[in-house]
Design a protein around this ligand. Structure first.
Ligand code: ME8
Length: 639
């Protein structure tokens, strides 16, 4: 079976993950999943970069040992990825023993073959980049990426003879022009190669920095962090240990942001070639996510944390948004308004609504059984065929925005077909014809869901299973074909797949971020585990918990899960919509003295305003409302 190997940069653990680091990781996850749908066995590697000056300084600033510090932050990355439905095959840490062994092995090889030498060096070192910068690269004496002046350092070190391989690499690029892509980044690499390359300083004296991998041939030194980090791409697949590593390496796809083109586009291929190894298949470079024209980052600008986005928009919508919005190679702008627009127009309106309308008619007129079609729909069939035929190429070139847009074109064309065929009135005159229209709409929806499956695995699996499709291991070629809808299968309409978001409510939730008063969403506190965030007492005090009495309750129309409660909080009457209908009948809750979160922003649930949240205890599939003591007065504060 053909293999596919995709990597992200391994992230520095000097601070928490944010939407920029999440982006590359989602991109890799989507690529791995999509290649899997094309029948390739894929391996996806991500991880954390844990050695070097920058990390040692961050640990010291927090009064922690480097090991304790890297353990805590690395964990934040590791637990975030499953929340984003990102499933790497390995999460590598440069402190892992097998990685250290690979680094030492490669260093020893280069040393033994005379590709290293010892010498004195004086240069300008940027700790942010963890590399020496040339005078030419500086802007007004400062690093262009970090805005800080580099430090002048003079010391004796080991050097790698990079200059020796400069011509080989230039010729290789000329013969394999898409090895670095898109083209502008190939040109950036060729630009570096037009000047004579300086040899790469690959060590740091332990007297200055001890947090690193020891040089195998001189224990007074540790390895330069980039030399260490780049080798993760080999150690992560068991270089020289796992018999499969070579097959993966031949199909390696590196994904990076444009900040690290030089280490990946110059140091890395030359290191590989010097070590007698073939180089990666592609280096694909994407641009920056900006927020109000500044790069989103942990050290400058505003880091946009991912957890609050997942909580508000849902993981699938976040994945969809970032892939649709960014054209790989160019910068993209992040804003809450842009996410809202995408979700409401593409997902709620075009895709979700089409399914709801089709499902409603099938529910009302076909006893929820997907009808047979008397005829197909040539225009939609052709659109679907072209989409499925081109999708692999777009995926290979990381043109996800095109793949998504073309899938949405199929959905929009299906919406037009639905509108112009008017099945809601056809059901009254010609039930078979109405059934044909609905069935054709299902065919389109089914193909779109398979094509978008790697991007929104959760929601697309749900959509497919609502159409009676057993969700499993999809293959594009066999599953994204017209005519595969299971006629006679039961369709279940369910709640809106992508509920329309109330702009006002969402914007008010992110008010801090939008008005720019704080770095609102960044969390710097270490996470205790995947489910528990540590918060400080000030954060807890912001939550106003009060007792309240339920004075009336009824089922919310159109929902099996929600009850609409009228509660009295002291003398104030409020409406609270609570997801307890599967556990309590309305009459069972009237008269109960409950606990509510009283200072939540009002939210709309199925068209009904909810002005607070009821607390309940949940375990297994049970739920019990948390009750205040009978003697407590109404609106008593809980502390
Ligand atoms: O450079 N927009 O780690 P790092 C888009 N440890 N992508 C962004 C981004 C933004 N605003 N901010 C970060 C390092 N990224 C090294 C890598 S690899 C052998 C060693 C993403 O934590 C993007 O992929 O600074 C970028 O290249 C990477 O995070 C930098 O991560």
């Amino acid at each position: 079976m053909k293999k596919y190997y995709v990597t992200t940069p391994i992230y520095y653990v000097n601070s928490s993950p944010h939407i920029g680091t999440a982006y590359t990781t989602i991109l890799a996850d989507v690529s791995a999943r999509f290649q899997h749908m094309l029948g390739r066995s894929s391996f996806f590697l991500t991880g954390t970069d844990e050695h070097g000056d920058k990390i040692a300084k961050s640990a010291a600033a927090q009064g922690k040992s480097p090991q304790q510090f890297v353990d805590e932050i690395s964990e934040q990355f590791r637990v975030l990825w499953p929340r984003l439905n990102v499933m790497p095959n390995r999460f590598i840490r440069t402190t892992d023993a097998d990685h250290r062994a690979v680094v030492q092995k490669v260093l020893q090889r280069l040393h033994d073959q005379g590709d290293t030498y010892y010498g004195e060096y004086e240069g300008l070192y940027c700790t942010g980049c963890e590399r020496f910068r040339t005078e030419k690269e500086l802007v007004d004496g400062k690093c262009p990426d970090h805005g800080t002046p580099p430090e002048r350092i003079k010391e004796s070190n080991y050097f790698f003879r990079m200059s020796k391989y400069q011509d080989w690499w230039r010729e290789y690029i000329e013969q394999n022009p898409d090895v670095v892509r898109p083209e502008r980044y190939k040109n950036e690499v060729l630009g570096y190669l037009r000047e004579p390359l300086e040899d790469l300083c690959i060590s740091r004296p332990k007297t200055r920095l001890s947090w690193g991998i020891e040089l195998p041939f001189d224990t007074d030194y540790v390895t330069y962090v980039w030399f260490d980090a780049l080798l993760n791409y080999l150690s992560g697949i068991g270089y020289d240990q796992n018999p499969e590593w070579n097959g993966l390496w031949e199909n390696s796809e590196h994904l990076i942001g444009k900040d690290i083109v030089k280490p990946h586009g110059i140091y890395w291929p030359i290191m590989l070639h010097a070590a007698g190894l073939p180089i990666f298949k592609h280096l694909t470079v994407h641009g920056y996510w900006n927020f109000r024209d500044a790069k989103i980052s942990k050290s400058s600008g505003k880091p946009i944390a991912v957890d609050p986005l997942i909580d508000t928009f849902g993981v699938d919508a976040v994945r969809y948004f970032v892939l649709r919005e960014m054209v790989v190679g160019l910068d993209a702008s992040f804003s809450i308004e842009a996410i809202l627009k995408r979700i409401n127009s593409d997902l709620a309106n075009d895709l979700g609504n089409l399914f709801s309308r089709v499902a409603k008619l099938i529910g009302d007129h076909f006893q929820s059984v997907i009808p047979e079609a008397d005829a197909g729909q040539p225009e939609l069939e052709e659109l679907a065929r072209n989409l499925v035929a081109s999708a692999p190429q777009w995926a290979a070139e990381m043109k996800w925005h095109v793949l998504i847009e073309e899938t949405m074109q199929l959905i929009r064309a299906t919406n037009r077909y639905f509108e112009s065929s008017a099945p809601w009135s056809l059901v009254k005159t010609d039930l078979r014809a109405a059934g044909t229209v609905l069935r054709n709409c299902c065919e389109s929806l089914r193909i779109a869901s398979v094509v978008l499956y790697s991007i929104m695995p959760g929601k697309m699996a749900e959509l497919l299973s609502r159409m009676g499709e057993p969700v499993g291991d999809f293959q594009l070629e066999t599953h994204a074909r017209w005519g595969l809808v299971r006629g006679g299968a039961r369709l279940s309409k369910g709640d809106a797949l992508f509920p329309r978001l109330d702009e006002k409510i969402v914007l008010s939730q992110f008010a801090d971020l939008i008005s720019g008063t704080t770095t609102a969403t960044e969390k710097t506190a270490p996470r205790a585990s995947a489910v528990t965030d540590l918060i400080n007492i000030e954060d807890f005090r912001k939550i106003d918990l009060r007792t309240a009495i339920v004075v009336a309750a009824e089922k919310l129309k159109g929902s099996d899960k929600l009850l609409k409660l009228q509660v009295e909080v002291g003398s104030e009457r409020r409406q609270v919509v609570a997801g307890i209908a599967e556990h309590y009948a309305p009459e069972q809750v009237v008269g109960k003295k409950i606990v509510i979160v009283a200072n939540l922003l009002p939210a709309k649930l199925r068209g009904e305003v909810s002005e607070g949240m009821l607390l309940a205890v949940k375990w297994d599939d049970k739920l019990e409302i948390l009750q205040a003591p009978d003697s407590a007065p109404g609106a008593a504060q809980i502390s």
